[in-house]
Ligand binder design. Structure first.
Ligand code: HSE
Length: 439
């Protein structure tokens, strides 16, 4: 039996999980790969801690188990990259720094396969990384970068090779879904729910990325690349997070039989791609409304095979590590026969403000006669059909105004708001929240 040698760079939550799985079920993995899979080396600054946490023999760590300085760790990494014996390198250091970027480029240039969970790096600096892999005919496994344990990348790349993806959407950030669920079910404050999510290990090192939509945006960028062969940057996407969602918004959503969820949405319409990440009101009859806590759910709508849902754990140690191990077995089995990303296609990336959805607009109004008439007229002038209007939750001289629209664009709504703001500022006492409604 041939042998495939693996080295892991970074043995934290995910890297440690990879070492644990390879150690625990090595025989099974080797049988599945039809190649002996050998974990040869691990580079980690604090090996004793990692060895105890993941039950990995200390002898596997470079340096024989003693703590390493950054310089020593880097020397071991360079040694591994130059080694003829290593076939696959697992990068689980994380982040999009020059150090990690250059490391990945060096790995690929050395002719080794790279497996990583690093969505920030691949989404923001991936172009050259994928080009280098193509030039060197090596594989980048990145199943773990999008929705942890859910095999969404292989599903699109392998399972749906015979189809065309019309739209891909869903809940792709566990931390924000956990926060929204805690606020809704346990009536928890935003900050307390975030703290709990961090304690559970769901949040990124920088949790701002979870709550401002950045992490979900990275995942959507990678899915757009797979589904449509298009390179997009974060600036092309219209991204907003959950940081301004209040308990009042959540209570109001409940009153209209909906839940607020941070939704990633990409769709191809007449050849143009529309994509956005933003809080949306998901009506209770929609499957995504029932997806709670840190669970992720991806909805893929295909031309020939219709709608599919993939649901599962989007974060966690062995959960994310499992996807990395699956990539290792896949590479061991098929080697350079695997396509990294589809051929690049030229597509227009459309302004997400032209995306058509039914929307809910909410804001506070003052106690001024004629408010309902003026606001609904301003909206009607933009050719927006109104589904329902309510003016309720009165508190002193203020009340909440809410309008559910028929399908229209954000651009139309913004024009109507602009008119209200400039003509009747007293009718607009808070920044409007404009959320698409998913039925
Ligand atoms: N911070 C991410 C999340 C972890 O909450 O979904 C996996 O990407």
């Amino acid at each position: 039996m041939e042998t495939i040698n693996i080295a892991i760079l970074g043995c934290g939550t995910v890297g440690g999980g990879v070492a644990q799985i390879i150690t625990e079920i090595n025989n099974v993995l080797s049988m599945r790969a039809k190649t002996k899979i050998v974990l040869t080396k691990i580079v980690e600054l604090f090996p004793v801690q990692a060895s105890e946490r993941f039950n990995i023999p200390l002898g596997l760590f470079c340096g024989g188990g003693k703590d390493l300085s950054g310089k020593e760790a880097n020397e071991y990494i360079q040694e591994i990259i130059s080694s003829e014996e290593i076939d696959i390198l697992v990068e689980t250091i994380g982040g999009k720094s020059d150090f990690v970027y250059n490391l990945c480029i060096d790995i690929l240039n050395s002719g080794k396969h790279l497996v990583t969970a690093n969505k920030a790096l691949l989404a923001e600096r991936g172009k050259t990384i994928f080009e280098t892999a193509e030039a060197k005919n090596v594989k980048i496994g990145f199943e773990a970068a999008v929705c942890g344990a859910i095999p969404v990348i292989k599903t699109i790349q392998e399972g749906f090779t015979g189809d065309k993806v019309l739209s891909v959407s869903g809940i792709m950030n566990g931390t924000s879904n956990y926060i929204l669920t805690q606020m809704q079910n346990e009536k928890q404050e935003f900050a307390d729910a975030l703290k709990l999510a961090q304690e559970c290990g769901y949040a990124e090192a920088d949790p701002q990325l979870d709550i401002n939509g950045g992490d979900a945006g990275h995942k959507l960028i990678l899915l757009i690349k797979l589904a449509y062969g298009v390179d997009v940057s974060k600036d092309d996407l219209s991204i907003s997070g959950i940081e301004n969602i209040t308990k009042e918004d959540i209570d109001f959503a409940s009153e209209i039989d909906a839940k607020i969820k941070l939704i990633c949405y990409a769709k191809k319409v007449n050849g143009d791609i529309y994509a956005t990440v933003r809080p949306m009101l998901v009506k209770k009859g929609n499957f995504l409304a029932a997806v709670e806590g840190a669970t992720n759910a991806v909805r893929i709508n295909n031309k020939y095979s219709g709608v599919h849902f993939l649901v599962g754990k989007g974060a966690g140690s062995t959960e994310t590590a499992m996807s990395i191990v699956s990539d290792i077995v896949f590479i061991a089995r098929y080697g350079d026969k695997i396509q990294n990303v589809p051929a690049k296609q030229e597509r227009n990336f459309a302004d997400a403000r032209q995306f058509v959805f039914p929307y809910l607009i909410t804001f506070q109004t003052g106690n001024i006669p004629g408010t309902t008439g003026f606001i609904t007229t301003a909206i009607g002038k933009q050719e927006i059909n109104i589904e329902t209007v309510s003016h309720n939750r009165h508190a002193g001289e203020k009340a909440m105004f809410s309008i559910a629209t028929m399908p229209c664009t954000l651009g139309q709504i913004e024009k109507a708001i602009e008119e209200i703001r400039s003509e009747k500022p007293g009718m607009l006492l808070s920044e409007p929240k404009i959320m698409p409604i998913l039925y």
